[in-house]
Design a protein around this ligand. Sequence first.
Ligand code: G3P
Ligand code: CA
Length: 279
Amino acid sequence: MQKTLFRLSVLLVMCFAIVLLISPLKGAKAVSTGETRQVDTVAHRGASGYSPENTIAAFDKAVEMKADYIEIDVQRSKDGKLVIIHDTTVDRTTDGTGHVKDLTFEQLRSLDAGSWKGKEFSGEKIPTFEEVLSRYHGKFGILIELKAPQLYPGIEETVAMILKERTLDKPQNEKIIIQSFNFESMEKMNTLLPKVPIGVLTSSKTHTTDQALNEFATYADYFNPNYKIVNKELVSKVHAHGLKISAWTVRSQETADFLLEMDVDAIISDYPDYVDPRN
Ligand code: G3P
Ligand code: CA
């Protein structure tokens, strides 16, 4: 009886070891040469292919799918509260109308931010920046985009203050990254939070010259382009300037496969499982 139990235990340990061997570590991807490398999966506006973008439902879905980061879009209400929403109006993703900057937090919070995506999401609210930090930091990376910061003078200082209050302003602390299409804002952000990694977003090839990349490298850590301007040459060039590269936005398996082949550092996707089928 004891022998049988012993053999059974040995068999179980062996099975476990085999499973470990064939299942690479989280974030590691096989490439055609047989090597492995790290690619972070970023759930764009949460797992927004499956749940209403920029809501707790979408962020929880990304957690469930084991993405490495969630990406969030930060804007500001009329009365100064930082909220998570992509468009500068509430029209597309809620049952309300109007510009985010012209609505009070109470007005924004009263809107239904889920029903547009499906009845089952009815009642989802526009989250606050602080709510998202409290719920996910420490468990999950957060890629913070300042959306149209030119509409919200001083938003950089508020973001910096909130991150400092939570001691999220240390190098790679809790995997916080800040990015924007507004380069001036990112330069300022780097001055306010010198230890937090900064990213610049672009769709334009004019920002891929050596001169432009040199300039970005003075204050940024990431060059984050639209996948349509990505090729191997660009990836090598960005790396040669000491920057990392995170490409967006994946909405098909084909695009995910293309970016995996390009050797980017992170892939920003509405569908985390396209980047890593284990998600
Ligand atoms: O994170 C990259 C991506 O979010 C930039 O585009 O318009 O989806 O905010 P957008
Ligand atoms: Ca975004």
